[in-house]
Design a protein around this ligand. Structure first.
Ligand SMILES: Cc1cc2nc3c(=O)[nH]c(=O)nc-3n(C[C@H](O)[C@H](O)[C@H](O)COP(=O)(O)OP(=O)(O)OC[C@H]3O[C@@H](n4cnc5c(N)ncnc54)[C@H](O)[C@@H]3O)c2cc1C
Length: 476
């Protein structure tokens, strides 16, 4: 696959030189929205005079691959669930980097606006038409175009290849990257893991009558077979929701959804619920039980309001509460065994789609022995999802490792529900990059303290140095 940005030739056989811009970069596994948002913010901050690391993504496919047809998550025509204005810079509160009235804060906000969704449409000459069409939700393919555009403009450097291993050495991360027959090492001062991970799977897929999410979208792109008149979809989150919509409305098939709870719940999307996604102020002060309940109501195993209103147009969808515990062939169909408490029942369908989502701990399979030991020590015990979720600090990293390991996809419980998804990519970037600038607090409350007079000499110097030329340049 072609990449818009490539690295300079390796200085030593087998090693990629990633240390431009004063020091080792921040490495990101995957060139998706998180890597692009970080690259944009890093380039803007460096233009404003901050000494933040450059962002280098390692990508096995191409920028924004998961938003395109044929990669297992979409047919590219599905619509973005989040408002496109929740773009790479959202929520555009740049006060991590200075007081609200500080010119450098205004400069950062202005430069960030150049990478917005609206900025992209303006650059392509499409903005007025988009407004006139009533600001429709972009398709996943259009969203991928936006991400590619921003990656190019920000100069995101991408190492092509698949990350096979991640190890800690002398306080830095070393990734082993496989690119065709070649292996090479990439070094960085921090590592961020993006992406949903490979499908975890409630039942083994056979590629014909029992499919995983990737198998379903592959079939949808190739052309859906006539024989699949009845379909069981396992899972009740947004990955399942988009598959159910495509089957029931796009393909006119009868669908039964096996959901772990009483029914197919709608995602809570009131202004009060949405606020924690854009701005997690106060989140850490809530009890763990309240945070868990919030995530259940607004994120886990719920269909978006948009999917729900589309499904209201058809009578093709029913549901069955329970968990799928097995499948077997049955006279040209598939028999699906479902458990709900003590009750067991069997449903039959022509096709089964397992849409239960990705394995959040997939990256642990990449860790070398030193990294594994360090992670276990940092967590105070075996590496479990619960331990990691509870440990994540303000920079969205596991604290106590020799080099930062940022895990935004596991940061919802401790730091805020918007970090795993697209809800606050600008804030995510601030939290992560602030970790690398002495004196800039990653924590919102500490930042408030800094804004009210606690700014350190290092930050003040960065601001003082750049105030005159950069702000002047923006005004011109
Ligand atoms: C189809 C789809 C629609 C979604 N819609 C929304 C939405 O509307 N709103 C919302 O808030 N969230 C949505 N989500 C959820 C979430 O926000 C997205 O998953 C989002 O893409 C996460 O961004 P990311 O940068 O973490 O990863 P991704 O965009 O998933 O990118 C991960 C990248 O990593 C690469 N990769 C994976 N493993 C390796 C490896 N070992 N080595 C090298 N590269 C690797 C992949 O090729 C991929 O390009 C959606 C998810 C999907 C899949």
């Amino acid at each position: 696959m072609s990449q818009s940005s490539t690295l300079s030739p390796a200085p030593v056989a087998g090693t990629r030189d990633t240390s431009r811009h004063g020091g080792a970069p921040l490495l990101v596994i995957g060139a998706g929205p998180k890597a692009v948002a970080l690259a944009v913010k890093s380039s803007v901050l460096r233009a404003a005079g901050f000494d933040v690391p450059e962002v280098v993504a390692v990508e096995r496919d191409r920028t924004a691959a998961n938003w395109l047809a044929g990669r297992g998550w979409t047919n590219g025509r599905q619509r973005l669930g989040t408002l496109p204005e929740k773009d790479l810079g959202f929520p555009y509160d740049c006060t991590t980097w200075g007081e609200p009235q500080d010119p450098v804060t205004g400069e950062i906000a202005q430069r960030m606006a150049g990478f917005s969704w609206a900025g992209h449409l303006q650059d392509r000459g499409l903005y007025a038409r988009w407004i006139d069409r009533g600001r429709p939700q972009p398709s996943h393919r259009e969203w991928a175009d936006y991400l590619q555009w921003a990656a190019d403009r920000s100069g995101l450097r991408t190492v092509p290849g698949e990350v096979r291993a991640a190890e800690l050495r002398d306080g830095t991360w070393t990734l082993t990257v496989e690119d065709g027959a070649e292996h090479h090492a990439v070094h960085g001062r921090g590592l961020l893991v993006s992406g949903p991970g490979p499908a975890a799977g409630a039942v083994p897929a056979d590629g014909t009558r029992v499919l995983d999410t990737a198998g379903f979208w592959k079939l949808a792109v190739e052309g859906f077979p006539d024989w699949a008149r009845t379909v069981i979809v396992v899972g009740a989150g947004e990955t399942a929701g988009t598959i159910v919509r495509e089957l029931a409305l796009g393909q006119d098939r009868k669908v039964t959804v096996v959901a772990p709870r009483a029914t197919l719940y709608s995602r809570g999307e009131s202004p009060f619920e949405n606020r924690y996604y854009s701005d997690p102020t106060g989140w850490a002060g809530l009890s763990e039980a309240d945070r868990q309940e919030f995530i259940r109501r607004t994120d886990r195993a719920v269909f978006s309001q948009e999917v729900q209103s589309d499904l209201a147009l058809t009578s093709n969808v029913s549901w069955e509460p329970g968990r799928v515990i097995g499948t077997r062939p049955a006279d040209g169909q598939v028999a699906v065994e479902i458990a709900y408490g003590e009750r067991h029942l069997v449903h039959r369908a022509d096709l089964v789609v397992d849409a239960t989502g990705g394995d959040a701990l997939w990256f642990t399979g990449l860790l070398g022995p030193r990294a594994e030991d360090a992670l276990r020590d940092a967590l105070g015990g075996a590496v479990t999802r619960e331990r990691i979720e509870r440990s994540i600090d303000a920079s969205l990293a596991v604290p106590g490792l020799p080099a930062p390991l940022h895990l935004p996809n596991l940061a919802a419980l401790a730091q805020g529900p918007g970090f795993p998804n697209l809800s606050s990519l600008g804030l995510l970037s601030d939290r992560v990059l602030a970790r690398y600038v002495p004196g800039v607090p990653t924590d919102d409350r500490a930042a408030a303290g800094a804004r009210s007079g606690g700014r350190t000499a290092a930050t003040a110097t960065a601001h003082g140095l750049n105030h005159m030329d950069t702000w002047g340049a923006v005004q011109r």
